[in-house]
Design a protein around this ligand. Structure first.
Ligand code: C2E
Ligand code: CA
Ligand code: CA
Ligand code: CA
Length: 278
């Protein structure tokens, strides 16, 4: 490992371009950052279609890097996946989400549903699902309080590892969402084959609404979803027009800046106060 690091630095000196230098820097800083727990979660609300009442939150990781400010997950999650550090980071994210759930459970007497994003690499560890369930049980949290989101490319590319663990999670009551639907080489048949409870339609399918072709695709997905008893979440809803189109086409939940941005736990707690009082 020592000689590899040495070689990397030699390469660095000999004129790496700015982008690969930044990449190497991120990769090298991540290990220390995970040990120092420099990560936090923001919570983006999801709402039921029609009534627009709160249905839960999606936890989104942030890296508060000392001296540099916030680093976007679009930058460091792929870096953590390249180096394998996503496993340690993923465990920290599960821990942070469970701690938040416990806090809300104590404060409100019940916990909302919180979804966490899980990288396919985390499933390479066959103990992932078991550890997650054990953690929930140890904290006295209902397994229905946690949902996991995995991308369709991830699910398809790692079926052998993912499927048994998804089955286990689902049978124990953990909801599983197929994320970013409509971006990969997804097919509607996948929806039948995976043990999922929810499909999240990618923002790229919601953005053009109410344009005719996009509407047709969303409607077909919703029709199949309904027959399979799946929740269909429209992601990235930025306008009221998109929200109304998604509702009319059969989406069961809405998420996006138009309804609520990712927020601090304190702000999410305020939403919960209102939602649980209603
Ligand atoms: P994602 O899972 O598809 O999450 C949705 C992303 O879209 C989030 O960006 C969210 O802030 C953003 N978003 C939500 N509503 C809107 C909207 O109306 N318009 C637009 N333009 N964007 C919207 P974020 O937080 O930067 O996360 C980016 C990606 O990083 C996520 O995409 C996910 O793939 C990954 N990620 C985030 N948190 C985690 C995590 O805890 N674990 C893992 N493995 N990946 C994560
Ligand atoms: Ca997601
Ligand atoms: Ca998504
Ligand atoms: Ca995404």
């Amino acid at each position: 490992a020592k000689s590899r690091a040495g070689a990397a630095w030699l390469f660095f000196d000999q004129g790496m371009n700015g982008a690969s230098r930044a990449r190497l820097d991120t990769e090298q800083a991540l290990g220390r950052a995970i040990a120092a727990r420099e990560f936090l979660l923001e919570y983006q609300p999801k709402f039921r279609a029609g009534t627009r009442t709160l249905s839960g939150f999606e936890a989104l990781v942030r890296w508060e890097r000392p001296g540099r400010g916030r680093v976007s997950p679009g930058e460091f999650v792929p870096a953590a996946e390249r180096t394998g550090q996503i496993k340690a980071l993923g465990e920290l994210i599960v821990e942070l989400a469970c701690t938040q759930l416990l806090d809300w459970q104590r404060r409100f007497g019940r916990a909302p549903s919180v979804a966490i994003n899980v990288s396919p690499l985390q499933f390479e560890d066959a103990g992932f699902a078991g550890r997650l369930l054990a953690r929930l049980a140890a904290l006295g949290l209902p397994s229905g309080a946690l949902e996991i989101e995995i991308t369709e490319t991830a699910a398809i590319g790692h079926l052998g590892r993912v499927l048994p663990q998804l089955n286990r999670l689902r049978s124990e009551g953990v909801a599983c969402a197929l994320d970013d639907f409509g971006t990969g080489q997804s097919s509607l048949t996948m929806l039948r084959q995976l043990p999922i409870s929810t499909v999240k339609l990618d923002r790229s399918m919601i953005e053009p609404l109410p344009e005719v072709q996009a509407s047709a695709v969303v409607m077909a997905t919703c029709a199949l979803g309904q027959s399979l008893n799946l929740e269909i979440v429209a992601e990235g809803v930025e306008t009221e027009q998109q929200a109304e189109a998604a509702e009319a086409l059969g989406c069961t939940q809405l998420q996006g800046y138009h309804l609520g941005r990712p927020m601090t736990p304190e702000q999410a707690g305020e939403l919960l106060t209102l939602a649980f009082a209603a």
